[in-house]
Design a protein around this ligand. Structure first.
Ligand SMILES: Cc1ncc(COP(=O)(O)O)c(C=O)c1O
Length: 442
C-alpha cells in the first residue's frame, strides 16, 4: 500500500466517462467553463471518485462549496432524516427553519441579528440590491471592476466582469463600477498604502462622473473571487465602509464564497474591523444542498415587510437541516482554524514552487483560498490561459482536480474542502508540482 489517495488508472476520460460526456453534450446545453474531462461519481472528504474508478484529491470543493468536505456523514444523515420527514412547505414555519435561523444568527458577526433564507447566491446578492434600494429610496449601487455577484440582472449589472453581461443589452440602471486594488497588476505598484489611496481616488472619481445623486449602497466581495482570488490590501474594506458611512449609504459584503471559514475566519470580512450593514451568503451555507441567505441588522432590513421577500424553496426543511448540521460540523471540527493551519502549509509550498518556476507569476490568498496566477513570462506578466488549461488537464491525469478563475482565465484555484489535513495537502502539492513541471517542460 502506497498510502496515496489519488490513483488514476485510465486515460481521461475513461471509457465510461467518455460515453457519459458524449451523452451529456447531446442533451444539455454546454455552457460550462473549461475543466478536466472527469465524470464524478462519489466523493468523501477531499477525495473524489469518477465513474471509471479513478480517485482524485479535490482542490475545487465544487466551486468553494463543500467546506465541510464531500458527503460529510453528519450532513448526509441530517439531510436523509429531513427528506423522510418533510420536503416542502413554502413559507410555513417549521422547527427546522426556525432553528436554522437561530443558529445562523448566532454565527453572524455580533452586530447582525436577522437573516432570511433564499436558494442561490445570485438570489442573495440580487436581494441585497433590492434591500438597499428599499432602505434608502435611491437606486444607484456601486460595484467593482472584476466583481462577480451572479448572473441575474442586478447581480450581473453591479458585477464588473463582461461575460455575465455580454449580449444581453443594457444592464441594471444605476450600476456604477469602480476599480478594485489588484496588487499584482496595479498601475501604482503593490505598496498597500498607495493601492488603497489610488482605489479610493478612483471611487471618488467614478461616483463623481456617474452618480446622479441617488446612491443606495455599495456591494463588495472581501476578495474578488471569479476575477482571480484578488485580495485587497488590509485596511481597504475599512476605508470603503468609512466612505459609505460618510455618504449615508448601505455598505454590503458579498460573502457568497468567502465565508464559512474559507479564509480562516467565519466571514471573510472579519479580517478587518468593519461592520457591514448587509451580507449575501451562499455556497458553504449548504455545502451543495441549494441554500443561500441574506443577513444584516434589523434596522437595515426594516424596509422589508410581509410579502416583500420570498423564495419558493428557500428555508425548506431539508436545506434547514443542512444549515444546522453544517454549522455544528464547522464548530466541532474547528474548520476555520484548520483552514488557517493547512492553508499556511499549502501557501508556503506554493511560494517555494513559485521560486523555481518560470510561469508562476503570483501566489496569493488566505486560509484555504489561494490563487496561483500563471504567466508566459514573469517579467511581462502576460497571462497564460493556455498553460492554465494544460495544467488543469495534466493535474487531473495525475490525480488532482483543480479549476481556474481570473479576468484572463489564468489563475489556478486552490480551494480544497476545509477538512483537508497536512498529509493530503502534501500529496496534492506533490501532484501539483509534478504537473506544473510537465507543463513547463513542453
Ligand atoms: C462572490 C459570489 N457571489 C455570488 C455568486 C453567485 O452564486 P450562485 O451561483 O449560487 O448564484 C458567486 C458564485 O460563484 C460568487 O462567487
Amino acid at each position: 500500500m502506497s498510502g496515496k489517495l489519488a490513483c488514476v488508472k485510465t486515460p481521461l476520460p475513461g471509457p465510461k466517462g467518455a460515453a457519459l460526456l458524449e451523452k451529456w453534450h447531446r442533451f444539455e446545453v454546454n455552457t460550462v467553463g473549461f475543466q478536466a474531462p472527469v465524470v464524478w461519481d462519489t466523493a468523501q472528504g477531499v477525495v473524489v471518485k469518477d465513474v471509471d474508478g479513478n480517485t482524485f484529491l479535490d482542490w475545487t470543493s465544487g466551486v468553494l462549496v463543500t467546506n465541510v468536505g464531500h458527503c460529510h456523514p453528519k450532513l448526509v444523515k441530517a439531510v436523509q432524516e429531513a427528506v423522510a420527514r418533510l420536503i416542502n412547505n413554502y413559507e410555513c414555519p417549521t422547527p427546522a427553519r426556525i432553528e436554522a435561523a437561530e443558529r445562523l444568527v448566532a454565527h453572524l458577526p455580533p452586530h447582525m441579528d436577522k437573516c432570511f433564507f433564499l436558494t442561490t447566491g445570485s438570489e442573495a446578492t440580487e436581494s441585497v440590491t433590492r434591500i438597499m434600494k428599499r432602505k434608502t429610496g435611491c437606486f444607484e449601487v456601486i460595484g467593482f471592476h472584476g466583481g462577480f455577484h451572479g448572473r441575474t440582472y442586478a447581480a450581473a449589472g453591479v458585477g464588473g466582469l463582461t461575460n455575465p453581461k455580454k449580449g444581453y443589452g443594457p444592464t441594471m440602471p444605476g450600476a456604477i463600477r469602480v476599480p478594485f486594488p489588484y496588487s499584482y497588476r496595479s498601475p501604482v505598484g503593490d505598496d498597500p498604502g498607495k493601492l488603497i489611496d489610488f482605489a479610493m481616488t478612483m471611487l471618488e472619481e467614478g461616483v463623481r462622473a456617474n452618480s446622479t445623486g441617488s446612491l443606495a449602497g455599495m456591494m463588495v466581495e472581501p476578495y474578488l473571487g471569479a476575477a482571480g482570488f484578488i485580495f485587497p490590501p488590509d485596511g481597504y474594506l475599512a476605508e470603503l465602509q468609512k466612505w459609505c458611512r460618510a455618504k449615508g449609504i448601505v455598505f454590503a459584503v458579498d460573502e457568497v464564497q468567502s465565508s464559512y471559514g474559507r479564509t480562516g475566519r467565519m466571514w471573510g470580512h472579519q479580517w478587518e474591523a468593519v461592520e457591514p450593514d448587509l451580507m449575501a451568503i451562499g455556497k458553504g451555507i449548504g455545502n451543495g444542498i441549494p441554500t443561500a441567505a441574506i443577513a444584516g441588522r434589523t434596522e437595515t432590513l426594516s424596509g422589508m415587510g410581509p410579502g416583500d421577500m420570498s423564495s419558493t424553496v428557500g428555508g425548506n426543511p431539508v436545506s434547514s437541516a443542512a444549515v444546522i448540521a453544517i454549522l455544528e460540523i464547522m464548530d466541532e471540527e474547528k474548520l476555520s482554524e484548520n483552514a488557517l493551519a493547512v492553508g499556511k502549509v499549502i501557501k508556503d509550498r506554493l511560494l517555494a514552487i513559485q521560486d523555481k518556476s518560470r510561469i508562476v507569476g503570483d501566489v496569493r490568498g488566505r486560509g484555504l483560498v489561494m490563487g496561483v496566477e500563471l504567466v508566459k513570462d514573469r517579467k511581462t506578466k502576460e497571462p497564460a490561459a493556455d498553460l492554465t488549461r494544460k495544467l488543469i488537464v495534466r493535474a487531473a491525469e495525475k490525480g488532482l482536480l483543480i479549476g481556474s478563475v481570473g479576468i484572463f482565465g489564468n489563475v489556478i484555484r486552490v480551494a480544497p474542502p476545509l477538512v483537508i489535513n497536512e498529509a493530503q495537502a502534501h500529496e496534492s502539492l506533490d501532484i501539483f508540482a509534478s504537473a506544473l513541471a510537465d507543463v513547463e517542460k513542453r
